[in-house]
Design a protein. Structure first.
Length: 215
């Protein structure tokens, strides 16, 4: 059975939703931020991050985009993403990697500017620039959805939309401000919130309503 190391509203939210959509058996391990920051957790997650997916053979897998792509590839019958070998699968992987490497990372810098700055003034500048850069990346996705949407893969809903939904929860100055600036992304978020199989998980994370992540 899979094991998901999960913290409410953190980066494990999208893998959690993907597991729920796939309907595969898994053990959900709720953690607190304190437990994640315990040095012992680095034995299974080298950077001390969630998500971690434990495979049925016990191996821990890190990196949210890899976890999601692995899960949808392992369960292609559930059709939550194009199957490996299809041209759309390349687009799917590209969309996940784009969001993970660029957007997730930029949002992380916003929340932890101390990674790249020392003084409070430097941290404020880094946080402001990270928020601006994240919003510019959201705008690129918004433009793409306007031209080729309504979903990340055109007409087809996929786990990439769940990933975008998760990132949107963290957008600044608030999810509401972000979604009113990006109406196409807002439709993706609404579509995710309307998925019957996700209701329990989204309720558990406290994000069924707008602004569940702080603002
Ligand atoms: N590149 C990683 C980033 C994961 C990450 O940044 N996780 C954050 C939560 S959203 C975390 O666990 N932070 C640890 C902490 O704040 O102590 C991924 O995509 O899985």
């Amino acid at each position: 059975m899979y094991k998901l190391y999960n913290v409410k509203t953190w980066g494990s939210l999208a893998p959690h939703c993907v597991l729920e959509e796939l309907g595969v058996p898994y053990q959900n391990i709720w953690m607190t931020g304190e437990q994640v920051r315990d040095p012992k957790f680095k034995e299974i997650s080298p950077l001390g991050f969630v998500p971690v997916l434990g495979l049925p053979d016990g191996r821990p897998i890190v990196e949210s985009a890899a976890i999601i792509a692995f899960l949808t590839d392992a369960h292609t019958d559930k059709k939550l993403a194009p199957a490996p070998g299809e041209a759309d699968h390349a687009e799917y992987l590209s969309a996940l990697a784009f969001m993970s490497v660029n957007l997730y990372q930029m949002i992380s810098i916003f929340y932890a500017p101390g990674l790249l700055a020392d003084t409070d003034a430097e941290k404020a500048t880094v946080a402001r620039r990270a928020a601006e850069n994240a919003n510019a990346l959201f705008d690129m996705i918004e433009t793409r959805l306007g031209k080729e949407g309504p979903f990340m893969l055109g007409d087809r809903f996929s786990a990439a939309d769940i990933y975008l939904f998760m990132l949107s929860l963290w957008a600044r100055p608030s999810e509401a401000a972000h979604l009113s600036r990006c109406p196409h992304i807002a439709k993706v978020s609404a579509a995710v919130r309307a998925r019957p199989k996700l209701k329990a998980a989204l309720d558990a994370h406290g994000v069924m309503e707008l602004g569940g992540y702080g603002a």
